[in-house]
Design a protein around this ligand. Structure first.
Ligand code: XLS
Ligand code: NI
Ligand code: NI
Length: 438
């Protein structure tokens, strides 16, 4: 094990600790609703943000200090990053990770040369997984950085770009499978348009569906049992991305007969860019049986781009955990910190500080969500709100067994509805009470 980070390991010290390198709420083995926190939360770190994000912005160069990285695209450098990453995962008690193919190993002149180096890095990842017990939550292919994808990958007007993307996904699926990955994510960053003036939207959506069917077929061919995810995002870098939000994704998957093969990987900052709350996106996916995994971050509400901040807002993490607990917890999914430190959090130890803050916020959100469920006032309120439907007539309507004529005559004798107040403020007060006392 390398020794790039001057800390031995992050421990739980409780809510009163003032040690910045300790968990205040995340107590991995502590039981919540009968299950350890670690099993509820299934934290993952993103290779791209931890190891490959220089912390640049559109106006300034990278600031991140990475003593293990010599800035070259050599295989040696790629392998050193793997050592540093696993040291970080182990010391920060993060059980899972996620990567894009190009995060872990650079592209070379030919597909064969690229894959040769990739295989060497994957071999090392596999060894370190075995030694440290860390696991791959999901893999993916980067189909958005290279110039050839400027007009899309699967949705490119150029067949050659589609081919390169297909080759990348084939290999990325195989290495994800080789590493025992529990899932594979498709985020279509370039699968949309800049302007409809130059775009055949119908054809592009069909190309995307064809691409995903190819991946589904290859998954079967190689016997990969992991879960496929689509990650919705409304725009950025495109003007409009075809899988813009949970509802658009579900519609796309249904239209092209893909729904049984995919779940959604929802990201908070994408939800807010789409004009929704994260809870709305999660509820929508959950009720369709398609809530798979979460890219955990948060945005700044008045800033219209994907700032990928670490999720530290406990009111937000409480909402996320309420939906996850209602679903019965993750199966293959987890909470992947698709989050980057701020540009002035450039110290290597800020990797720890940022993840600790996110992990504690989710642990606390889990406690508050469980307390709200045990309290039961909100659930009882919602149930009572719909009680008028618990009648013969209500059941008949919901079973599509009534006619409009029948309802027309029923309406003439049925008492006028007595509206009961929605009590939003009372319910918000109950949430605040749990936030303060749970
Ligand atoms: C970008 C996405 C990306 C995916 C993986 O906005 O969140 O990081 O999670 O390609
Ligand atoms: Ni993401
Ligand atoms: Ni994102």
């Amino acid at each position: 094990m390398s020794d790039f980070f001057p800390v031995s390991g992050i421990a739980y010290e409780g809510p009163k600790s003032d040690n910045p390198l300790a968990f205040k709420f995340y107590d991995a083995d502590a039981l919540v609703e009968g299950k350890p926190m670690s099993g509820h939360l299934r934290f993952a770190a993103a290779y791209w943000h931890c190891m490959r994000n220089p912390l640049s912005d559109p106006f300034g160069e990278g600031t991140a200090l990475m003593p293990w990285d010599d800035g070259s695209d050599t295989l040696d450098n790629a392998l050193r990053r793997v050592e540093a990453f696993f040291e970080f995962l182990e010391k920060c008690r993060i059980p899972f990770y996620c990567f894009h193919d190009r995060d872990i190993s650079p592209e070379r002149g030919t597909i064969a040369e690229t894959e040769k180096d990739l295989d060497k890095v994957v071999e090392r990842l596999g060894i370190l997984q075995g030694e440290t017990g860390r696991k791959l939550l999901w893999g993916t292919a980067n189909l958005f950085t290279h110039r050839r994808y400027a007009q899309g990958a699967a949705t490119s007007p150029e067949l050659g770009a589609f081919l390169q993307a297909a080759a990348q996904v084939k290999k990325a699926l195989e290495v994800t499978h080789a590493l025992g990955g529990e899932g594979y994510t498709f985020w279509g960053g370039r699968e949309g348009y800049a302007t409809l003036l130059n775009t055949d939207q119908k054809r592009e959506r069909e190309q995307l569906a064809a691409f995903l069917h190819l991946a589904v077929d290859h998954k079967k061919t190689i016997g990969f049992k992991g879960q496929f995810y689509i990650e919705p995002k409304p725009q950025e870098p495109t003007t409009h991305q075809y899988d813009s939000d949970a509802e658009a994704c579900l519609n796309f998957l249904r239209e092209f007969h893909l729904l049984e093969h995919f779940k959604l990987n929802l990201e908070t900052n994408h939800a807010t860019l789409a004009g929704h709350t994260m809870r709305h996106e999660m509820r929508t996916a959950r009720e369709a049986g398609a809530l798979g995994s979460v890219d955990a971050n948060q945005g700044t509400a008045h800033c219209g781009w994907d700032t990928d901040e670490f999720p530290t807002d406990v009111a937000l993490t409480t909402q996320i955990m309420l939906e996850l607990l209602a679903m019965g917890g993750f199966t293959t999914g987890g909470l992947n910190f698709d989050a980057k430190r701020r540009r002035d959090s450039f110290d290597p130890m800020d990797l720890f500080h940022s993840h600790i803050a996110g992990m504690d916020a989710f642990a606390r959100g889990l406690q508050v969500a469980a307390a709200l469920r045990a309290d039961g006032r909100i659930a009882r309120f919602v149930e009572a709100r719909y009680s008028s439907w618990e009648s013969d007539l209500g059941r008949k309507i919901m079973a599509s067994a009534a006619t409009l004529s029948e309802l027309h005559s029923e309406a003439q004798t049925h008492p006028m509805p007595e509206l009961k107040p929605g009590r939003q403020e009372v319910l918000e007060g109950i949430v605040n009470q749990a936030l303060a006392t749970a």
